[in-house]
Design a protein around this ligand. Structure first.
Ligand SMILES: C[S@@+](CC[C@H](N)C(=O)[O-])C[C@H]1O[C@@H](n2cnc3c(N)ncnc32)[C@H](O)[C@@H]1O
Length: 200
């Protein structure tokens, strides 16, 4: 009886120990992105995408980076409408998969690549056009990376500005759903607003 009790105790300890070891790896495997997205997926309407690409004067020979590419619609449109090479980056593996499926379905795999990548750890120097639909504070967080770009790179943002940087152009788009979207365009080198100017 004593032996049986001891055996049961040892088995229980083993199961508990194995559970403790296995639990963290199971938890990591079950929950999506390694790092939480800084903003969740909301799509730019197709008619707004079209105006963004037009405002940034996207043409064949350009290299587009969409930072937080969601379902890939911007990079796909850049390839289909302008024949431009385009790269989409997203931190969420589900969105990366979705984008890659859409790229295949739209047959633009020869022009478009999608990568799982944190945009704040990305070297942007290969881009001639950068597209954004993030948040105002995230646009501002990108400034150190944008300051490293060669002159003449166009940056176009759906809806949100970049505090402290003067845009070259702004547009308002009337959407098919009856709402409006704002679009901002900047060209490198970024024109910083002198905060002290009005106090002089
Ligand atoms: C508002 S959606 C925009 C999607 C697409 N660019 C569009 O305009 O339709 C923002 C996307 O950014 C991605 N995202 C958020 N934080 C990120 C980060 N740090 N690095 C890469 N992607 C990120 C989200 O997963 C989401 O798909």
């Amino acid at each position: 009886m004593k032996k049986k009790l001891l055996r049961t105790f040892v088995i229980c300890q083993f199961v508990l120990f194995a559970g403790l070891i296995l639990y963290p790896s199971v938890a990591v495997a079950q929950y999506g992105p390694a790092k939480k997205p800084d903003i969740y997926f909301v799509a730019t309407p197709h008619e707004v995408v079209e105006i963004m690409l037009r405002l940034a004067d996207v043409k064949k020979g350009d290299v587009i980076y969409d930072l937080g590419c969601g379902d890939g619609r911007i990079v796909i449109a850049a390839a289909k409408k302008a024949g431009a090479r385009a790269y989409g980056y997203d931190i969420d593996p589900d969105m990366v998969k979705k984008s890659q499926e859409n790229v295949s379905r739209e047959r633009v795999g020869h022009l478009v690549e999608i990568h799982e990548q944190d945009i704040f750890e990305l070297d942007l120097r290969g881009a001639t056009v950068i597209t954004l639909y993030l948040l105002p504070k995230l646009n501002v967080r990108l400034i150190p990376q944008l300051d490293k770009l060669k002159p003449g790179v166009r940056i176009v943002s759906h809806e949100f500005d970049m505090e402290g940087v003067m845009p070259d152009a702004e547009a308002v788009v009337n959407r098919l759903d009856g709402k409006t979207s704002k679009i901002y365009l900047w060209t490198t080198p970024l024109k910083k607003i002198d905060k002290n100017a009005k106090n002089r």
